[in-house]
Design a protein around this ligand. Structure first.
Ligand SMILES: *Cc1c(COP(=O)(O)O)cnc(C)c1O
Length: 243
């Protein structure tokens, strides 16, 4: 993909995102676009950053840190805002804590505690989202909807260095457009419910990817995570996206 092609694709995504916002009475500036760069080379990130994109998402800790090291000398891409959107093992907590503007995938007490221990040493505050297994699929990452309140309470009471900012989900249907929408609606309702039960603002809903972001915006997404529509198909380095 040439820089020109990437620029055109990014502009197209921004346009469709803006349309989805106005169609639903929302302001485009209220929905954050995270460009998902997993399996994409650092040069592609640099090109998209040169077009003004600031927020990028990665799934794998190792890949993310290596790519960022590659970009450290690039004046445009060295200060990007990196989001972690893939599953994190607790033993990786030390590498992750404080290294991302937002961790979208907090899904266990064990991970919360491991992050908290690390953050307490540095005194940093780490914004996080709870990943919800919104389709209650047995093999999938994320906390079950009915267990989200308990995890949220644990974060509030036992993890003073974690700032719980909202919820994230990957619906059970992939690239399915409107078919994903009931799951997005479910995440929004769960967010409203938890907000009142936990008594905190928790404003963010991270939901919507290339194949379904319009429906996510209609249901209240504040963050969309878009890879393929910006970067093109992923190089077949790894496997399918990890849920
Ligand atoms: C890969 C991935 C995305 C982006 O998916 P696309 O279909 O390429 O837009 C978004 N969120 C998560 C969690 C992912 O793993």
């Amino acid at each position: 993909m040439t820089p020109e092609e990437l620029a055109a694709r990014l502009a197209g995504v921004r346009e469709r995102l803006a349309e989805a916002c106005t169609a639903n009475g929302r302001r485009p500036e209220d929905v954050l676009l995270v460009a998902v760069s997993k399996f994409q080379p650092a040069e592609a990130v640099a090109a998209v950053a040169a077009d003004g994109q600031r927020d990028f998402g990665e799934n794998y800790v190792q890949e993310a840190l290596e790519k960022r090291a590659e970009l450290a000398a690039d004046p445009v891409a060295r200060d990007l805002r990196w989001h972690l959107i893939g599953h994190v093992q607790s033993r990786k907590a030390a590498q992750v804590a404080g290294a991302f503007v937002l961790i979208h995938t907090l899904d266990s007490v064990k991970l919360a505690d491991a992050l908290e221990r690390r953050l307490a040493v540095t005194g940093r505050l780490q914004p996080v989202l709870m990943e919800i297994n919104i389709g209650a699929e047995p093999q999938k990452a994320g906390v079950m909807p009915e267990a989200a309140q308990a995890l949220g309470e644990h974060v509030l009471w036992a993890c003073p260095h974690l700032a719980l900012r909202g919820l994230m989900c990957l619906p059970p249907v992939f690239d399915a457009g409107e078919a994903a929408r009931p799951y997005f609606a479910r995440l929004r309702r769960l967010g409203e419910d938890l907000r009142s039960k936990l008594g905190i603002a928790m404003p963010e809903l991270s939901m919507g990817m290339s194949g379904d972001f319009a429906g996510a915006v209609a249901e209240g997404a504040t963050i969309v995570r878009i890879g393929t529509d910006i970067f093109g198909p992923r190089p077949a380095k790894g496997a399918a996206p990890v849920a």
